[in-house]
Design a protein around this ligand. Sequence first.
Ligand code: GLA
Length: 696
Amino acid sequence: MSVTAHNGLYILSTARTAYALGLNRDGLLTHAYWGARLPYPDDYPAPPSPGAWGPFNNPAHLTPEEYPAWEDMKFIEPCIKVSHADGVRDLSPRFDSANIVEDVLQMRLRDAVYDVMLTLHYRALPAYDLIERWATIGNAGEAPLRLERVFSAQWHPPVGDRARLSHLHGRWFDEMHLTREALHPGVKTLESRRLTSSHHHQPWFALDRGDAAEEHGEVWYGLLDWSGNWKLTAEVTDFFSTRVAIGLNDWDFSWVLATGETFETPHAFAGYTIGGFGAASRSLHDFVRERIQPSPQVVHKVYYNSWEATLFDVDHDSQLRLAKLAASLGAEMFMIDDGWYRGRFSQASGLGDWQPDAQKFPHGLSKLIEEINALGMDFGLWFEPEMVNPDSQLYREHPDWVIHYPTRERRLGRDSLHLNLALEDVQAYLIESISSVLAAHNIRYANWDMNRNISEPGWQKDTGEARELWVRYVYGLYRVWNTLRERHPQVIWQSCSGGGGRIDLGMLRVSDMIWISDNSGAAYRLGIQQGYTQMFPASTMQAWVTDQQTDVPFDFRFHAAMCGLLGIGANITCWTEAEMERARHWISVFKSVRHLIQFGDLYRLCPADERGFSAVAYLSKDRRDGVIFAFRTYIGQHEPSLTLRLHGLNGDARYTIEGFEGVRSGAAWMNLNLQFGLHGGLENLGSTMRRITQVD
Ligand code: GLA
């Protein structure tokens, strides 16, 4: 049983961890424990009941409540803030009842005056050492209730006053920088106000006491299952306890809950490990692959994408010529990016009109697809469903479908306006127009792109709250995407938002993979990939060899892309025969190791920013087979070579490692300093790929 009640304590247990909560002496639902699973229920502590601290700090301010509401003399970051119709602006949720329904613990809290029911939901995910949390708020009162903040969870990692926060930040073309910083009293806020989860921060965190490392140490980590505006507050209180709250952003948020209505928050997940940041990532990777991904078992193909080769100059002949070259390399999927649909001759026209352009495909798109299929490749297409160019039939017919303020200029982003996916008409149009393309052609792959952020976030509603847009848009997005998936189960989806503008768990429920950055320069990319894999598995990480950073050695460009889902995006009509031959070689090698990269365990052996080197390894789940990729990324480094320690091998099994003498036990290999030359002169970056093979 993953949820047990014992002496007033509710204990959620996973394979290795436990999380406990209960009512404290003041009747507040309080956090009691989060860490290693303990042998006996009596081992867990009672929820704390701190006293007041002078006249300025009531007990509620000091109590690690599971879901603090704004009320009382309480000034920590609350999870919920409401406004009642009579002008009262607080909520006092007090314990009503607890239920365990299947594997979900429901803690029901009720306000004594206003008929509002707050239910906190908890589920343990034993195999991943994760706790899942969300909240629902029901209004049974006679008047509407305005929600002004409604987070998913507040977490209380027991790091005391030594909290260190790891998070990811960046910007377009430069996403996913991993930062670790000490937290001091006060609130550190990470958020997105851009309607997408954003290039700038990802809804993920890891907390430790400043002493965890990649493969050891206590780490508390978590993420949010949401693809829109989000907010994380990491607070070290005046009393040196650390709390992390996460959920929908309350920036410009408001939601009116009419009588009888219920609001459900996005779900938050968090876990605990003693295995360092690596184990934290691997637990999320397994969780995403097994519980979130729509098609986890699919072996992803080697893609060729013609964008860099032809940009908007797409036509039958140019694509067929590229397809023949791509097939000769061993590509298994040919994808036409932007530029295939009606009137799309530059980025300024056509968006929204999702029909193949008859001028570009005079024999029909299906004819080209048949020819591509005959070359042994599947076919895929690009869409940008959420945008519309003013120069399009769709906009001329429905100028009111875009997000705008009537009195303001409609600002363009990349020459486009933003369709309001909260509108059912817009959802229906997108479902029908994209469906008709997917139904009429043999399309096995689709890229859902999204290339601008919001401006003038208006919504001309007759009734209700326009600021619900931030949430209702995301509901609409999920609805359109899920409907397309249901109708066209043969299609594999990629999500892209100018690269990494929408990297979040919600996206991995609807898409099979993510284009993590428009920056595909192989040396830059190692850091971006390292950031991405903190959260998500390599099986979802598209990585292409393109025409960026061509001064990086050719093999290095392949090795970097082979760390994820290898694709080619370069203009291969310009590759030399020697390059084509080398590409053929690496594509074929990749096919022999991709099961490790997609389904195996990832070990970051050397961080991308350390001493000019970077290395990752992937091991099969049965530990029989593995592969190491090592890179020298810094020119003019002092260290002559890279020294690595391996992790994760079976200690008793015997292995060979390509490039090293001897057959040794896993224990031996993991205790040796392995030297990876990677010399190659000061001017050259270097890389190598080595197989790990069990011999008995
Ligand atoms: C965005 C994407 C690119 C490409 C173009 C097409 O910029 O990030 O990969 O698809 O759109 O317009």
